[in-house]
Design a protein around this ligand. Structure first.
Ligand code: NDP
Length: 246
C-alpha cells in the first residue's frame, strides 16, 4: 500500500468496469486520480468514494476521447491541478462485435474512433509532459483480441492489434526516456462492454460461452503490479485470461 503516494494517474473510461477498478486500485496505492469518461455523474460518485476511502484527491473530467481537444484539456487540467502526469491509462474502449456480412459500418467507425484515435490522442496529450518530466508510465488496455482474431471480432481485433502495435513502438522508442509502457490484454471480463453489441448473430453466439469471465479487479491488480515496479523495470505485456469451465 502507498507505493504511488503523491503520484498522479489519469484513467480514461473510469465510469465503469475495468477503468473504474483501475482507478480504485491506484487510489488505494495512494495516487491522486483523474477520472475521465463521458458520464460525469458516475465519475462524481467514484471520486467521492475514493476520496473518502483512501484520502487521495480525485478529479472528475468529463471527456470524450474521440475529441482531440477534450483529451488535450484533460491533460492540461491535470498538470494545472496536480503538477505532473505520472500514469496515463488508455482504457476507454468499445467492443461492438459483429460479422462483416452484417455490415455494421457505423460501429466499425466508432471502434476506430474510440479504440485507436482515442489512444493516439492520449499519447499526443500526455507524452510531451512525460518526456519533459523524464518519467511516466503509459498503460494501453488492449485485449486478447489484439493477439488473435475470433469470429465476429475482425474489426474490434483490428483496433486492438493497432493498440498493441502502438505499445510495441512506444516501448522501443521510449526505452531511454524514463517513460515506461505496458500493454494489458484482458480476456473476457464481466463489465458493461458486451451490452452495447447490436448484431443478433453475435448475441446468440454469446449465450453458449463456456467460461466464467474475470472480474474487473483481476485486471486492475495486474495494472497495479506494473505501475508499482521500480522505475528501472518496464513490464511491457500482461495477458490475463479466465479459465474455461471444467
Ligand atoms: P465498459 O463498457 O464497462 O467500460 C468502457 C468505458 O469506456 C466506460 O467507462 C465508457 O465511459 C468509456 N468510453 C466509451 N466510449 C468513450 C468515449 N468516446 N470517450 C470516453 N470514454 C468512453 O467496458 P470494460 O471496462 O470492459 O472496457 C474497458 C477496456 O477494456 C476497453 O478498452 C475494452 O476494449 C477492454 N477490454 C475489455 C474486455 C472485457 O471482456 N470486458 C476484454 C478485453 C479488453 P462513458 O460511456 O461514460 O464515456
Amino acid at each position: 500500500m502507498g507505493k504511488l503516494k503523491n503520484k498522479s494517474a489519469i484513467i480514461t473510461g473510469a465510469s465503469s468496469g475495468i477503468g473504474k477498478a483501475i482507478a480504485e486500485h491506484l487510489a488505494q496505492e495512494g495516487a491522486n486520480v483523474v477520472l475521465a469518461a463521458r458520464r460525469a455523474h458516475k465519475l462524481q460518485q467514484l471520486a467521492e468514494d475514493v476520496e473518502d476511502k483512501y484520502g487521495v484527491r480525485a478529479i472528475v473530467s468529463e471527456t470524450d476521447v474521440t475529441k482531440r481537444s477534450d483529451v488535450e484539456d484533460l491533460v492540461k487540467h491535470t498538470t494545472d491541478k496536480l503538477g505532473s502526469v505520472d500514469i496515463y491509462v488508455n482504457n476507454a474502449g468499445v467492443m461492438l462485435l459483429s460479422f462483416l456480412k452484417n455490415d455494421h459500418v457505423d460501429e466499425w467507425e466508432q471502434m476506430v474512433d474510440v479504440n485507436i484515435k482515442g489512444v493516439l490522442f492520449g499519447i499526443h496529450a500526455a507524452l510531451p509532459q512525460m518526456l519533459k518530466q523524464q518519467s511516466g508510465h503509459i498503460i494501453n488496455v488492449a485485449s486478447v483480441a489484439g493477439h488473435e482474431v475470433f469470429p465476429s471480432s475482425t474489426v474490434y481485433s483490428a483496433t486492438k492489434y493497432a493498440v498493441k502495435a502502438l505499445s510495441m513502438g512506444m516501448e522501443k522508442e521510449l526505452s531511454r526516456s524514463g517513460v515506461r509502457v505496458t500493454n494489458v490484454s484482458p480476456g473476457a471480463v464481466d463489465t458493461e462492454l458486451t451490452e452495447h453489441i447490436t448484431d443478433g448473430d453475435v448475441i446468440d453466439m454469446f449465450k453458449d460461452r463456456d467460461m466464467t469471465p474475470l472480474d474487473s479487479e483481476d485486471i486492475a491488480s495486474a495494472v497495479a503490479y506494473a505501475v508499482t515496479q521500480p522505475a528501472s523495470v518496464n513490464v511491457n505485456e500482461l495477458i490475463v485470461r479466465p479459465m474455461h469451465k471444467k
